[in-house]
Design a protein around this ligand. Structure first.
Ligand code: ACM
Length: 694
């Protein structure tokens, strides 16, 4: 069986000794032997309905794909990409003269059909049914979007046996649970060039996500060309902005994958970069410079200044023409208020108009802004601060501070999307994000209110990412969020998600994603040479500090290098997760084979320390990782001792456990803006030794 597990995801990097461990650690689920074939088990997101059949559809050089004439349009281009990807993955010289193959003779091959082109708006039909039989594959959908989604499923079904490649016979009937399955890319804090955006659109399509939320303006940068107010991008971006031609290119590229592109222009706060060119629209006298630091800053538009509204009217008229999506995100988060409080004209305006506080002042500003947007045919999405019961009913509330705002919005009849719990910049676990449900089982909403929750978005805030590292912060964890938003609520098996993350990770590489590859690039640069295996082995045990803790380690700005060891470490190490689960399984089973595999992993990490030290000598930039490597070696020593105790069925007195725990506490200290991810599972081994010495 051609099972790709986490061993597959790290095969290029994991030294043999750890690879052997992970083969055991990431053992196939029990169902694998007798259950459905590999491809069916590895689908991500899990379809709404899937039934394994008998037999295999052989993928060979005679494969054809055909759809309705004329052979043009979105489904046709998706079929072309499908064949190209399939050829790339299998090495088969598939016929790719697509125009000729659109109407293949006979009824074999892959046939797709749909009734109409789907719209680029929420609540469009994305359902499909896919039937694989030994002689044919049939993909049917109401819209061409369903065909796109179904082709991704079919590609994921690709399996292999002694005879070659095949699609397992299967019947899939699938549709998304939520209509809004987004990824926010923050191009404001660190500019992300078009190729970054495009490859992430490909990755989104592969896991059936359908909204790119493009965060285009921030204190740190104004990232879109304005022909009406060119000083905005000329002075506000350090020359790093998207031209309008590039925006159109991205919008078209996304539309071809049936991904909506929703721009965000964050107002009235988070807006310093606007005021570099137009200080007169801020609430305090200029001048202004592009902000380099991160945080919440004072500059905000002046709601009391009548000149602001015609300016925004002209700007949004231009942007409405550039971005076809029905929604524009107006931001609205974290208006700090100091400029408003210090401005006597704003204070007088508030008194004159009976505006009680800054929240009410922001509501006044929003009301006028939303009127302008409506004039240009756009509906608004805003962060949960914008929520006021008298907003137009078509405004969407975007929850970032907590799920409660979604509940409150839905109770008052407003649609909402969830990002609280999907902040992938915070380096939390895939499990945490995966179990975070926009409509949890204990939701207090009734059915009609639940229907107002449109879905959610993973948010790739970019304080600490560059084009080099952004893919590794997004993927593969975001595939778990994609599954939460697509698959039925009952699909919640965390172990199974991790098993499939390893596989999807490799499939994303095929699309040009750099989340795995760039680790090597970063480490080679740091080491000043190609010999980085000890660093890779260490990185498997290390994760960046979670949450906002990394910001407490140094005064990060948008100009800081993000090229250190911590930047090469995955936000969540799949290898560390495997190790941790293997420890749990060992403690439950005391299986000596698993114990031996754990011993090999611990020994490999322990013995890695002198090899890391040898690299540090030649690399001042790497010296900060010495405590991590030493801590890992010491933890592994403790782990090996504990394993030895446990394997003999012995115990140790409390003082021994305490002493080892102290070693682990010391080893677990933050260093190099990172921490060891394997200390806690080792501590579990140590604690399990507590008891009488037998
Ligand atoms: C946000 O994270 N301030 C939306």
């Amino acid at each position: 069986m051609a099972r790709k597990s986490i061993i597959g995801s790290g095969g290029r990097f994991i030294p043999a000794v750890l690879a052997a461990f992970f083969l055991l650690g990431a053992a196939a689920p029990p169902a694998a032997a007798a259950g459905p074939p590999d491809g069916v088990l590895s689908l991500m997101p899990v379809p709404a309905g899937v039934a394994a059949g008998e037999g295999r559809f052989r993928v060979d050089e005679g494969l054809t794909i055909g759809g309705p004439a004329p052979a043009s349009g979105r489904a046709f281009r998706a079929a072309a990409r499908f064949m190209s990807r399939l050829a790339g993955r299998t090495g088969l010289f598939l016929r790719q003269d697509f125009l000729a193959a659109q109407d293949p003779a006979g009824d074999g091959g892959v046939r797709y059909a749909f009734e109409r082109a789907g719209a680029l708006a929420p609540n469009e039909d994305e359902s499909y049914s896919l039937t694989v039989e030994p002689a044919r594959v049939a993909l049917a959908a109401k819209t061409d979007i369903g065909v796109l989604r179904g082709l991704e499923t079919l590609l994921q079904l690709l399996s292999a046996d002694e005879a070659g490649y095949y699609f397992p016979c299967v019947s899939v009937v699938d549709r998304p649970r939520f209509t809004w399955r987004g990824l926010l890319i923050d191009a404001g804090r660190h500019f992300q060039p078009v190729d970054v955006v495009k490859r992430n659109l490909d990755a989104m399509a592969a896991v059936k996500m359908n909204v790119l939320h493009w965060h285009l303006t921030e204190d740190q940068g104004f990232r879109v060309e304005s022909k009406v107010f060119p000083k905005l991008h000329q002075l506000g971006s350090d020359g790093m902005f998207y031209t309008q031609a590039q925006v159109r290119e991205v919008v078209e590229y996304a539309a071809d994958r049936r991904i909506r592109v929703m721009p965000e222009f964050d107002l009235p706060g988070h807006s310093t970069s606007w005021f570099v060119a137009y200080p007169q629209y801020s609430s305090a006298p200029g001048s202004y410079a592009i902000e380099r630091r991160f945080g919440v800053f004072g500059p905000a538009f002046n709601p009391a200044d009548e000149r602001v509204y015609p300016f925004l009217d002209a700007f949004f008229k231009e942007m409405a023409g550039l971005f076809p999506d029905p929604y524009v995100h107006i931001g609205g988060d974290e208006v700090e208020g100091r400029q408003w409080d210090a401005n006597p004209e704003i204070q007088a305006f508030k008194r004159k108009n009976g505006i009680a506080d800054n929240a009410a002042l922001q509501a006044y500003f929003n009301k006028r802004l939303l009127k302008l947007l409506a004039k240009h045919g756009k509906k608004a999405v805003g962060w949960d601060e914008i929520f006021q019961p008298d907003l137009p009913k078509d405004t969407v509330i975007h929850s970032w501070r907590g799920p409660q705002s979604l509940v409150e919005a839905a109770r008052k009849g407003y649609r909402g999307i969830l990002s609280n719990g999907y902040y992938i910049d915070l380096c939390q676990s895939a499990a945490f994000h995966y179990l975070n449900d926009p409509v949890p089982a204990d939701s207090p909403l009734d059915e009609s209110q639940k229907a107002l929750v449109l879905g959610g978005e993973a948010t790739m805030w970019a304080e600490l990412v560059t084009p080099e590292t952004i893919d590794s912060r997004i993927w593969p964890r975001t595939a778990a969020i994609a599954e939460r938003l697509w698959s039925p609520a009952s699909v919640r098996d965390v172990d199974d998600v991790y098993r499939r993350l390893g596989r999807i990770s490799i499939e994303l590489e095929e699309l040009g994603l750099l989340h795995i590859k760039n680790r090597g690039l970063l480490l080679r640069r740091l080491a000043g040479g190609p010999a980085i295996e000890p660093l890779e082995l260490l990185a498997q045990a290390v994760e960046p500090l979670e949450g906002y803790k990394r910001h407490g380690q140094a005064a990060y700005t948008s100009l800081s290098p993000l090229t250190r060891f911590v930047d090469a470490c995955a936000p969540e190490s799949l290898e560390a997760w495997d190790f941790s689960r293997a420890v749990d399984r060992y403690l439950a089973s005391r299986d000596p084979v698993l114990g031996a595999a754990l011993g090999r992993a611990l020994t490999a990490w322990k013995d890695n320390h002198p090899r890391v030290l040898a690299l540090l000598a030649a690399s001042p930039a790497l010296r900060e990782i010495e405590p991590l490597s030493l801590g890992l070696a010491r933890s592994c020593e403790a782990g090996l001792e504990a394993l030895s105790v446990l394997s003999k069925g012995e115990g140790r007195p409390a003082a021994w456990v305490e002493a080892k725990t102290e070693v682990l506490t010391d080893a677990g200290r933050t260093a190099a803006h990172a921490e060891l991810a394997v200390v806690e599972p080792v501590a579990k081994l140590v604690r399990a030794c507590a008891g009488a010495v037998k």
